[in-house]
Design a protein around this ligand. Structure first.
Ligand SMILES: *Cc1c(COP(=O)(O)O)cnc(C)c1O
Length: 732
């Protein structure tokens, strides 16, 4: 991709206004809006914004909803007013070239994948805030994975579920307690279309259970060069209850959950068949889709006359499994009754007994007390499995060692590929422009290479600092807008609304914390000693301020309590202006936060954070990480590219660990972070801090990019699973 204005200026021939009809201009805008390519191209985003900045914000940055408010004539006149013609033409042409380009990384490095695609399964996909079919890190990771697969030209298609209510919108009541609201997504405002079979018919798949069939229709969304297929149970043929089966992400009870996973896994494989697609590799992103390979086994038995065991071995060779959580409760487990109800008909066709089926989901196949675990079946049905950071690899091997009782821990076949983020999605336009000025031409095509990022050390420190502060100001403006809106909605006094409009100070060290409020992430850690926090935030020479955001799962009462504790600090005069809570954390809130903070705080209870990715987004934009040595940070921190809380150890007693880590957090803030931030030279620049920003960018941006991650998956998993020659997974 190329995005700078300098390219626009050298663009040879913008069409004259009169040469293009209003209709053709309008059609081009629709083409741009219908491919999610726009979500990582700032020049297209700004184009949509310029059509109507206010509606753009009100419509959650949804170009489909925006364009529906325009007629071709009104669009043409607005385009003339804003001088958008050449920009629209240019963007449209770039998209066309992108779609047609065959000279990609994959064409040189993954030729073996050429004819048969990778099928990437995930229960959620976070592509953009206007498409609410994700809840958090897992979804955003899937979105970033397929965007990078598109960029690298990998022959990959993705399979997920379409949730018409998605995940909830969060509001806090006047007591600071989380309220969840589910909104219906208007299907006509989502950039997807019915997927068609080879003979041009819409596709509905059917999955049998012991208690009746489930139906799902298939949608397709275009994400750059990648197609994302989404199954949707809101179809005729289903009972009223089943029509709501895919309404909500992670809603409902266990039975809802297994039914969703049946549709995703088994339904997903059936959908690919209906499309006429034969994947070369199946990638199960987390256990939710792990029923899928059983359906592939059935196909092989039926089509090729194979025996169950042989088919299983063949299918496992083609299957890649990624596990995402070291939290035991984070792995789906189902009792035998639910499994038999939902997998029974498939089991009949596979010709295996109930005990055999259950055994596939158990660590000890004969143990009748053991439920069916989706991670276990995922591991058993795949030849290649991986965790999502180096530390998580160690933890996962230990956690699942009993599946391979004859092997020593180091030989447990679970490797690791550390997560990364899709740089163009998370990089602020201002930083992109700075990189464009100082990095070699075409650097964006090589963003997974370390050499590219060394150039940050040649940037003038003042220029980097100014760019960062411009982004910080945008964040503060965003926070003020949101916080004052929150006050107004709760019906608070004009005075309160007014003071919310002035909350936070751009000259103060700003620390951000945004993520799901799962309790192991310990959001309230910094509040453990309020007097000490008071001294930190209200220090006369060196004050500190905090921005918090994040949703708690609707059933997570302790998580909601954490939110309440933080949000209610606004009633404490010591903290009212220094600690703010922004509601409804989503990709939009996240983007503002990770682009504008000075420091990104992460203090999970080690080793429960499998990887974490939000801190990687901060790196790209010049923010520094302050984190427990867990997940990705345990392998990223080198002493000079951010800050560590503690030494990467934990006690068997959580209470002791928590107390120690809190002390480490206060100490590193007081002794390192705050003094370094306020240590200014004669020009008012914090030289040591800026040096650390540069170290962070040069050492981390490429390594923790989704491009690097997808290249690793391709070399170590996809190519070998597709039968090509390649290295084995680097486990350690
Ligand atoms: C990136 C992202 C996450 C992941 O955050 P972690 O700190 O890795 O848990 C979660 N939610 C949203 C909306 C994100 O954009």
């Amino acid at each position: 991709m190329t995005t700078t204005d300098s390219v626009l200026i050298s663009d040879p021939g913008p069409l004259l206004v009169g040469e293009m009809s209003a209709q053709s201009l309008y059609d081009k805008c629709w083409t741009l809006a219908r491919n999610l390519y726009w979500t990582w191209h700032p020049e297209i985003i700004s184009l949509f914004r310029d059509l109507d900045p206010i509606r753009w914000r009100q419509l959650d940055h949804n170009p489909i909803a925006l364009l529906r408010e325009f007629t071709p004539e009104r669009l043409a006149s607005r385009a003339a007013e804003m001088v958008l013609y050449s920009r629209i033409n240019y963007a449209h042409r770039r998209l066309k070239e992108y779609m047609a380009n065959k000279q990609t990384w994959a064409s040189w490095n993954a030729g073996v994948l050429g004819s048969k695609p990778i099928a990437y399964f995930s229960a959620e996909f976070g592509m953009h805030e206007s498409i609410p079919i994700y809840s958090g890190g897992l979804g955003v990771l899937s979105g970033d994975h397929i965007k990078s697969a598109s960029g690298l030209g990998i022959n990959l298609l993705a399979v997920g579920l379409f949730y018409d209510q998605g995940y909830f919108k969060q509001q806090l009541d006047d007591k600071g307690f989380q309220r969840e609201e589910y909104l219906d997504t208007k299907v006509e405002n989502v950039p997807m279309e019915p997927a068609l079979s080879p003979d041009g018919k819409p596709i509905t798949i059917k999955v049998d259970t012991r208690t009746g069939a489930l139906f799902a229709k298939l949608w397709v969304m275009q994400v750059g060069r990648v197609k994302l297929y989404l199954l949707d149970c809101d179809v005729e043929g289903n009972s009223a209850e089943d029509r709501k089966l895919t309404s909500r992400l992670y809603g409902g009870d266990e039975r809802t959950r297994i039914r969703q996973e049946l549709v995703l896994g088994v339904g997903g494989v059936k959908a690919l068949r209906a499309l006429g697609v034969t994947p070369g590799v199946y990638h199960l992103n987390e256990g939710h889709s792990a029923f899928g390979p059983l359906e592939v086994v059935r196909e092989r038995m039926h089509d090729d006359g194979m025996k169950f065991d042989d088919a299983l071995r063949e299918v496992a060779r083609q299957t890649v499994f990624t596990t995402h959580t070291p939290v035991p409760a984070g792995h789906d487990r189902f009792g035998g009754g639910l499994v038999e109800e939902h997998l029974g008909p498939l089991r009949d066709q596979l010709g295996i007994s109930y005990e055999q089926l259950m055994g596939l989901g158990r660590v000890e196949p004969q143990n009748e007390a053991e439920p069916f675990c989706m991670t276990v079946v995922g591991l058993k049905m795949s030849r290649r499995a991986n965790a999502v950071s180096q530390l998580h690899g160690h933890i996962s091997r230990r956690m699942w060692a009993s599946l391979w009782p004859w092997r020593v821990e180091e030989e447990i076949p679970i490797g690791h590929i550390t997560n990364g983020v899709h740089i163009p999605t998370w990089l602020a336009q201002q930083m992109l422009q700075l990189y464009d000025r100082h990095f070699p031409a075409g650097w964006i095509f090589r963003m997974g290479e370390p050499e590219v990022w060394q150039n940050i050390h040649n940037v003038d420190p003042g220029e980097l600092w100014e760019t960062h502060n411009a982004l910080k100001n945008l964040l503060l403006a965003f926070v003020r807008r949101r916080v004052s809106r929150q006050c107004r909605r709760r019906g608070e006094s004009d005075e309160t609304v007014e003071s919310a409009r002035n909350v936070l100070d751009p000259n103060i060290l700003t620390i951000g914390f945004g993520r799901r409020f799962a309790t192991y992430k310990r959001a309230t850690m910094i509040l453990g000693d309020l007097d000490r926090l008071d001294e930190i935030v209200n220090n006369k020479e060196r004050p500190v301020q905090f921005v918090f955001a994040g949703k708690a799962h609707p059933k997570d009462e302790p998580g909601k309590k954490f939110i309440q504790t933080i949000a209610n600090l606004r009633h404490d005069p010591r903290f009212a202006h220094r600690v703010v809570y922004v509601e409804d954390y989503d990709m939009n809130v996240c983007r503002h936060m990770i682009q504008g903070v000075d420091v990104w705080l992460n203090n999970p209870r080690r080793p429960l954070e499998a990887s974490g990715t939000s801190g990687q987004k901060t790196v790209l934009n010049g923010g520094l990480n302050l984190s427990i040595l867990d997940g990705w940070w345990a392998e990223a921190y080198d002493g000079a590219n951010g800050f560590a809380i503690g030494h990467g150890t934990s006690h068997v007693d959580d209470a002791i660990t928590d107390r120690r880590d809190a002390e480490f957090l206060y100490r590193v803030l007081e002794d390192e972070v705050v003094p370094m931030y306020y240590d200014r030279d004669v020009d008012g620049l914090p030289r040591h801090w800026i040096k650390r920003m540069m170290n962070s960018i040069s050492s981390l941006a490429w390594r923790f990019s989704a491009h690097r991650m997808v290249m690793d998956y391709t070399r170590h998993c996809y190519v070998p699973a597709a039968g090509g020659l390649s290295s084995d997974m680097a486990i350690h």
